[in-house]
Design a protein around this ligand. Structure first.
Ligand SMILES: [Fe+2]
Length: 207
């Protein structure tokens, strides 16, 4: 073979390999806006149980749920030591944030914010309550959701929101409706049985 043909073939080979590799890569978890209520008030208790606040005896109001999942890269290899920063409204639909002016009450026993790590096999788990819906304006509501900031050195950081399956407000939510069906599936937790257990996996991209 002539040298030029050899080079051409090897370039084509490389392109074919890249295409083949990418066709197996999973779509990463779709991004969503951070929203105005990322916590700004310092908080000592940021553990994986949002239904209790250290030093208080009460329990958060609302339906208690447990969310388990795994963090993967796009080749579905588990990713350990990922920082999972999550925050949400309480069961009344109120953020513990000074800029949330809604009339809904604060729940002093709700932790509202957690920063946890993925562990062995990228696994994580947290306990919380189903967040309430909250009004955006006089005609629109946000469907219940949990905000996430996911980060690890060597990976693209990811801001997203997790939704709940079959919630009637999902269909009316402006942000949720904007996503494709496939994206909606990836952003929606799966209910496991009737036990208030949910599964939510996260896929992040290597830099
Ligand atoms: Fe929100």
């Amino acid at each position: 073979m002539k040298r030029r043909t050899l080079i051409k073939n090897s370039v084509l080979g490389t392109v074919a390999t890249i295409i083949a590799t990418n066709s197996h890569a999973q779509m990463s978890t779709p991004r969503e806006v951070e929203g105005p209520f990322y916590p700004i008030t310092p908080q000592k208790d940021q553990d994986a149980d949002l239904t209790q606040v250290k030093g208080k005896t009460g329990r958060a109001r609302g339906q208690i749920i447990e969310v388990t999942g795994q963090v993967f890269d796009q080749n579905m290899n588990p990713v350990e030591d990922v920082t999972i920063d999550l925050w949400q409204a309480n069961s009344y639909g109120k953020y513990h944030h000074p800029h949330d002016n809604s009339e809904a009450p604060i729940d002093e026993n709700f932790q509202a914010w957690a920063i946890i790590q993925s562990g062995v096999k990228g696994r994580f788990k947290f306990k919380t309550v189903i967040p309430g819906a909250y009004p955006l304006n006089s005609s629109q509501q946000r469907t219940p959701h949990i905000h996430f900031k996911i980060s690890k050195l060597g990976y693209d950081s990811l801001l997203t929101q997790m939704y709940f399956p079959d919630h009637p407000l999902n269909k009316k939510d402006g942000l949720f409706k904007r996503k494709s069906k496939e994206e909606q599936v990836m952003m929606t937790a799966k209910k496991l049985g009737d036990n208030n257990q949910y599964r939510y996996d996260i896929i992040i991209e290597k830099v």
